[in-house]
Design a binder for this molecule. Sequence first.
Ligand code: HEC
Length: 371
Amino acid sequence: MAHVHIGGIGWNGFMAFGMIYWLVPRLYGTQLFSKKLANVHFWLGTLGIIFYAVPLYFAGFFQSMMWKQFTPDGFLVYKNFLDTLLEIKYAYWLRALGGSIYIVGVFIMIYNVWKTVRAGSLIANEEAEAPAMEKLAVANDGGHWHRWIERRPIQMLILSLVVVGIGGILEIVPTFLVKSNVPTIASVLPYTPLELHGRDIYVREGCYTCHSQMVRPFRSETERYGEYAKAGEFVYDHPFQWGSKRTGPDLLRVGGKYPNSWHYYHMWDPTSMSPGSLMPAYGHLFEDALDTTTTVKKIEAMRTLGVPYAKDFPAMANADLSAQSAVIVADLKKVGIDAMSDREIIAVIAYLQRVGTDIKAKAPVVANTQP
Ligand code: HEC
């Protein structure tokens, strides 16, 4: 994360700023309004990046080491994910500070550019001119033999395409020759219509920006989350929700971990279930009705992608959806929650309860056909 931010705001950002400072005065036939302000921008940007990225590196190493700590008896030291998050909360504040410094620099640039533009006038058209091309190539300058290839751009381009092409063909062709390179798991089944809606809400709300769904095959992960992720579990996930960042815990094995009511309260106000949580509240999911007019289209889209719903399933999808929401609402009622069955929250709960549970299903007892 820190590395990518240095790349994004340091490399790309500064490259863009440099180009703007170089181009704008030339486009407007004038000098930059203030070199001093440009220097101030440079130092603010640099300072901003340092404040932004260094705490991120620290937090990253710190938190991942906490995740991996075991007591001498073999238990996780930080069993509660939130404990490791609150430990690095200071880094979030420092990042906010770094980001603010950086953005102040950008505003200074905007002011500087605006003043520059005002001082000059746009050179809309300019006679193109260039010196005549000189023949620079020397027959043999005594370099390595491969200078022969490198000196000619077109030849170099064609030969490199051939080399890259060989690698590409070797990688791509085999995947077309096999039906699927992902081993399927018999107990992994397509989502129900309600779960499919919940999944789409999960995507819409950007839950994947804070939650991964990918338990890695390390003891520190399987102790915390459960069974590690298998490729065959994701065959009906279009698109998959592996994620790349864990501001919150991994959710692959969250299905069945809590009662429905826990999710109900948690989505309404995360701190009610997890004091100190940084997760936002999702009150609107309790107000907005689920748009069931799209159910059939969703199922059909999944069928196009190869999810094996029966051909006549889309027609009965909404009935299936209502039946499943009724079950969840009835379950919530048992603990005194009066939920409305047509709200988005019900779909989200259905999805969360399903995630990653299929491989836990007991294998059906198959008669032994061996002699
Ligand atoms: C800003 C980051 C962030 C976003 C966005 C976010 N969460 Fe979370 N989530 C967290 C954090 C941090 C925790 C751990 C503390 C807690 O339980 O609230 C958490 C915990 C959870 C848990 C409990 C996991 C467990 O094993 O205890 C669930 C379920 C969950 N989030 C679902 C969602 C859903 C669904 C969404 C999208 C609608 C979402 N989260 C969006 C940060 C986030």
